[in-house]
Design a protein around this ligand. Structure first.
Ligand code: GLC
Ligand code: CA
Length: 537
C-alpha cells in the first residue's frame, strides 16, 4: 500500500475557547494558539484539529455555525486565522478545520431566509414538514433533549433538528446545498488548510419520515461526491465523526483508493462503560476483556483495506486518566500506560489538549458547568425523579465539561490560561498538573507522549506492523504485538493497580526495551501497577 503523509502523523486537538486566552477576556483565541505553537512544535505533532472557530452564536460552543467563511470575533479575525495557518507551517504543523455540515446555526443567513416563506429560494436548504401547531410530524427526539421538530408559524411548518433547536439540519437532498458546501470547502483549501474533521457526518443523509438519522441510504453517495469535488483536489487528511460506524462501514469510509475520507472516528470502545441500550449517563464498569476484543477487531478488520483513527479523548469525552486510568496515586503511570497502549496500535493517533499532561476530570457544583448537554440532563433527570447525588455522579463521570476546562499551562493564576475571568472554572489541581512542570522533566507524561511521537517516525513497524492480540483471556494485562517483515513490536500493559506476573512475554532475551512508563526500569516478569513496556525485536 502506498504510504500517505497522515499515516505516520500524530494529530493534536485544540478546543480553542479553553486553550490560551491572549487578550484577557477569559476565552481562548487564535492569537493564543499562535503563542503556543513552540510548545506544540516541541511535542512533535504534525497537525492541529481545531474545534470550530467560525462565526457562531455559541449555543453549542461553535458547533452551531452562522457563517462558514468567517471567524467569530471572540476568537479573532480571518487574518488571525491566515496567520495561524502560515505560522503553523513553519513548525510543519497542518491545520485541520472542523466542518459542521449536518446542521447550521438558526442564525445562518440561509436559515433566516428559509424561515421567511415556503417559496423563499433558501427554504429547501433545511428539512421541513407540514403540520399544525402542537401536532408533531412524529415522535423523534433531539440528541440534546426534547422533540426533533420545531414549529415556525410564518411558514406553518416544522423544521427538523437532530441537536439543539438552534441547530437546524441541512437538507443534503438539495443539490444546491451540496454545491454551496463544496464551494465553501474549496475556499478553505485555497487558504492552505491541511484537512478537515467532519462533525457527525454519518447523520447527514437523514430520512425523518422513516425515522432514519444515522447511515441513511444516500450517505456514501454524498460523501463520495463531496470527496471528488473537494478533498481529492488536495493532499488532505480527512476524518469523519461516525458514531454509527462498524468495521465494515469503516472500510468504505477509509477506502485506500481515497474515494471517501482518510479515516473515521468510531466510538465502539467509548460506549463500553454504559448500560446497554441506555444513555452514556447510565454508568456501568468497563468490561476489560470486551475492550481488548473491540480494539483487536478494529485493528485486524481494517488491516490493508482501511485505516484506523486512535483516540481516547476529545472535547465531548471525559478525561481518560480519570475514566480508565487512575487519577490519584498512579496518575502519571496510568496516563503513560494509556498513551503507550494506544500509540502502539495501527492508525493515526489523536491527542486532546491536556491529555499529554495527564489532565483529569472535575467535580464542580452544577452552577459551574457550562455545557448545554450537561445542564439539559441535569434538568431532565431531576424532573424524572432521579436522585440529585446520582445525577451528579453521572455528570462527574461523563460531562463534556471534563474536557473543556482551561488548559493548565503553569502554576500562576488561572493556570496561565487567562489574565481575566475564565469562561469556565479552572481545575483546582493546576498547581500540581501543568505544562511548565513537565516539559523539561524526562519522566513526565508530556515526555512520554513526545517519545511516542518520535518512535512512530523512527520505526516503520508502528505504521505497518500487523496487529495480533496476546493474552486474550488475561483479566489484567492488555498485550499485543505488531509484526512487519523486518521488525516486531510487543506492547505489554498492566491495566490495573495490582502487581501481576507476565512470564512468557517479557523473558525473551532478543527483545530490546524501547519504552517503559516507570522511572526505575525493572526488566523482569512482574508488572507493577499500571506498568507498560514497549519492546522491539
Ligand atoms: C459532535 C460534536 C459535538 C457537537 C455535536 C453537534 O458530536 O463533537 O461537540 O455538540 O456534534 O454538532
Ligand atoms: Ca480571548
Amino acid at each position: 500500500m502506498e504510504r500517505k503523509w497522515w499515516q505516520n502523523a500524530v494529530i493534536y486537538q485544540i478546543y480553542p475557547r479553553s486553550f490560551q486566552d491572549s487578550n484577557g477576556d477569559g476565552i481562548g483565541d487564535l492569537q493564543g494558539i499562535i503563542q503556543r505553537l513552540p510548545y506544540l512544535g516541541r511535542l512533535g505533532i504534525d497537525a492541529i484539529w481545531l474545534s470550530p472557530v467560525y462565526k457562531s452564536p455559541q449555543v453549542d460552543n461553535g458547533y452551531d455555525i452562522s457563517d462558514y467563511q468567517d471567524i467569530d470575533p471572540m476568537f479573532g479575525s480571518i487574518d488571525d486565522m491566515q496567520q495561524l495557518i502560515d505560522e503553523a507551517k513553519k513548525y510543519n504543523i497542518h491545520i485541520i478545520m472542523d466542518l459542521v455540515l449536518n446542521h447550521s446555526s438558526n442564525k445562518h443567513k440561509w436559515f433566516e431566509e428559509a424561515r421567511k416563506s415556503k417559496d423563499n429560494p433558501y427554504h429547501d436548504y433545511y428539512v421541513w414538514r407540514d403540520g399544525k401547531e402542537g401536532v408533531l410530524p412524529n415522535d423523534m427526539h433531539a440528541a440534546f433533549g426534547g422533540s426533533a421538530w420545531e414549529w415556525v408559524p410564518e411558514v406553518g411548518q416544522y423544521y427538523f433538528h437532530q441537536f439543539a433547536p438552534e441547530q437546524p439540519d441541512l437538507n443534503w437532498e438539495n443539490p444546491k446545498v451540496r454545491r454551496a458546501i463544496y464551494d465553501m470547502i474549496l475556499w478553505w483549501m485555497d487558504r492552505g488548510v491541511g484537512g478537515f474533521r467532519l462533525d457527525v457526518i454519518d447523520q447527514i443523509a437523514k430520512e425523518p419520515d422513516r425515522k432514519i438519522t444515522q447511515n441513511g441510504p444516500r450517505l456514501h453517495e454524498f460523501i463520495r461526491e463531496m470527496s471528488r469535488e473537494t478533498f481529492q483536489k488536495g493532499n488532505l487528511i480527512t476524518v469523519g465523526e461516525a458514531w454509527g460506524a462498524t468495521p465494515e462501514l469503516a472500510k468504505l469510509y477509509s477506502n485506500p483508493d481515497g474515494s471517501e475520507f482518510s479515516m473515521v472516528f468510531q466510538f465502539e470502545h467509548i460506549g463500553l462503560d454504559q448500560q446497554e441500550g441506555k444513555e452514556k449517563w447510565d454508568l456501568s464498569p468497563l468490561p476489560f476483556l470486551k475492550l481488548k476484543q473491540v480494539f483487536s477487531r478494529w485493528q485486524t478488520s481494517l488491516y490493508n483495506c482501511g485505516w484506523n483513527s486512535l483516540f481516547w479523548n476529545n472535547h465531548d469525552l471525559p478525561r481518560i486518566v480519570s475514566r480508565w486510568g487512575n487519577d490519584g496515586k498512579y496518575r502519571v503511570q496510568s496516563a503513560k500506560m494509556l498513551a503507550m497502549l494506544l500509540h502502539g496500535m495501527q492508525g493515526t493517533p489523536y491527542i486532546y489538549q491536556g491529555e499529554e499532561l495527564g489532565m483529569t476530570n472535575v467535580r464542580y457544583r452544577i452552577e459551574d458547568y457550562r455545557d448545554l448537554e450537561t445542564l439539559d440532563v441535569y434538568r431532565e433527570r431531576l424532573e424524572a425523579g432521579y436522585d440529585k447525588a446520582e445525577i451528579m455522579k453521572s455528570i462527574y463521570a461523563k460531562s463534556r465539561d471534563n474536557a473543556r476546562t482551561p488548559m493548565q499551562w503553569d502554576d500562576t493564576k488561572n493556570a496561565g490560561f487567562s489574565t481575566g475571568i475564565p469562561w469556565i472554572r479552572v481545575n483546582d489541581n493546576y498547581s500540581e498538573i501543568n505544562a511548565a512542570s513537565q516539559v523539561d522533566d524526562p519522566d513526565s507524561v508530556f515526555a512520554c507522549y513526545q517519545k511516542l511521537i518520535s518512535l512512530r517516525k523512527e520505526y516503520p513497524v508502528f505504521i505497518e506492523g500487523q496487529f495480533r492480540l496476546l493474552l486474550e483471556e488475561d483479566a489484567n494485562i492488555f498485550a499485543y504485538e505488531r509484526v512487519s517483515e523486518s521488525q516486531q513490536l510487543t506492547v505489554v500493559c498492566n491495566f490495573f493497580d495490582k502487581i501481576v506476573p507476565v512470564r512468557d512475554i517479557c523473558e525473551d532475551k532478543d527483545k530490546k526495551l524501547l519504552l517503559c512508563n516507570y522511572k526505575e526500569v525493572e526488566e523482569n516478569a512482574i508488572l507493577r501497577p499500571y506498568e507498560a513496556r514497549i519492546y522491539l525485536k
